[in-house]
Design a protein around this ligand. Structure first.
Ligand SMILES: [Zn+2]
Ligand SMILES: [Zn+2]
Length: 396
């Protein structure tokens, strides 16, 4: 591996920032302290910045030479509403909040690159360092775009990175095309008619209707969607009733749908609605049907993926780069940026969890797990990738 040597020299400083952010996790659009840490460092290193996009977003701007070319590097900053089980020194100081997705590490890796780029002249053009709030369900990327990110910071392409537990440290994964799924949610309420449970003939039982709908929905992926297209329909909540002897008025069905294409998503949504409405109609009940499209699928652009592939092959060697990494049905709001600009998103291996300090929780080191911790060995690797990408994309 050909890391950028000076980055290794300030590993301890970047690691301290990472652990400080880990100890002070903040949720969607509340990343005020994190944004203050980021902007204080950018200021210390003499990097001009734009603040306040999507409330807590920060964009550092480094210009060199005369070229009008520009690229964006994006890191997310937010944490999750969950209780950390780790007991090591940098464990969360905020009850019920935790950096369990490694966004502390993403922020630190980009700061590592910023520190290096601020001191070097090896590129010609503009680098936008995008520190984004609210990836975990808040759509911070979309808000930054709506508030003028790409007008105020015109760039030719945008790049993102996520740590990937279970993938060996020092390796990367990438693929052209669909890499992460669209994320969508549904809230469906069956409106029947309550009655005494001993007199069902006087009511319209929404529980029985909800169960029929739930069963029929499971035919959509198996019978309507092309078997060669990935799709998930998970019904995760059914709520109804409050007593053993009362038929309730209504029942609700809640869950998520994941797909890699809008066509498949359109199909699933329309089949779900038709099944829900027709089933309810057959029993003289009604349905409130709410289907929300949260994040689009994350689609890597062909040309930028090839570019990144070359940069990563030079950095870690082709044997450490999985160019056909398995896509995931998880979602990521960087997808909004890739809808607006060409670019590429990569996975960086976070290892199996052996890096965790003593005092970690006993659970696996997986994303969104209370025993997770970002692997600090990635800091110089991820930062080196950002630096080499900038130098290759904006050659002198
Ligand atoms: Zn996450
Ligand atoms: Zn994440």
């Amino acid at each position: 591996m050909k890391l950028v040597d000076p980055i290794r020299e300030f590993q301890q400083e970047i690691q301290a920032i990472r652990r400080d952010i880990h100890a002070h996790p903040e949720l969607c659009f509340e990343e005020h302290r994190t944004a203050a840490v980021v902007s204080a460092k950018l200021e210390e290193w003499g990097i001009p910045m734009l603040r306040g996009l999507a409330d807590t977003g920060v964009v550092g701007i480094i210009k060199r030479g005369t070229s009008s070319r520009a690229l964006g590097l994006r890191a997310d900053m937010d944490a999750l509403p969950m209780q950390e089980l780790n007991q090591f020194a940098h464990t969360s100081q905020h009850t019920g909040k935790m950096h369990a997705c490694g966004h502390d590490g993403h922020t630190a890796m980009l700061l590592g690159a910023a520190r290096y780029l601020s001191q070097h002249q090896d590129f010609d053009g503009t680098v936008y360092l995008i520190f984004q709030p609210a990836e975990e369900g808040g759509g911070g990327a979309r808000r930054m775009i709506e508030e003028g990110l790409f007008e105020r910071c015109p760039m030719d392409a945008v790049f993102g990175m996520h740590n990937w537990p279970g993938m060996e440290t020092g390796t990367f994964g990438v693929r052209s095309g669909g890499m992460m799924a669209s994320s969508n949610e549904f809230h469906v309420t069956v409106r029947g008619k309550g009655a005494h449970a001993a007199q069902p003939q006087k009511g319209i039982d929404p529980v029985m209707i909800a169960v029929q709908i739930a069963q029929s929905w499971q035919t959509i992926v198996s019978r309507n969607v092309n078997p060669l297209e990935p799709a998930v329909l998970s019904l995760t909540q059914i709520h109804s009733g409050s007593a053993t002897n009362v038929i309730p008025d209504d029942a609700s069905l809640i869950g998520t749908v994941r797909t890699f294409s809008t066509e498949v998503l359109d199909l699933i949504e329309s089949r779900m609605e038709k099944i829900a409405r027709s089933t309810a109609a057959a029993f003289d009940a009604e349905v409130d049907f709410i289907f929300k499209r949260n994040y689009p699928p994350l689609i890597n652009h062909e040309k930028e993926t090839q570019f990144v592939t070359q940069v990563l092959c030079d950095l870690v060697g082709s044997e450490k780069l999985d160019q056909r990494v398995e896509p995931t049905m998880g979602a990521e709001d960087f997808a909004f940026m890739l809808q607006q600009k060409p670019g590429c998103y990569v996975f960086i291996g976070n290892g199996e969890g052996a890096h965790r300090n003593s005092g970690h929780g006993l659970g696996p080191c997986n994303l969104h797990n209370p025993s997770y911790d970002f692997n600090d060995d990635l800091l110089p690797i991820g930062a080196s990738y950002w630096v080499r990408l900038v130098e290759a994309y904006l050659p002198v």
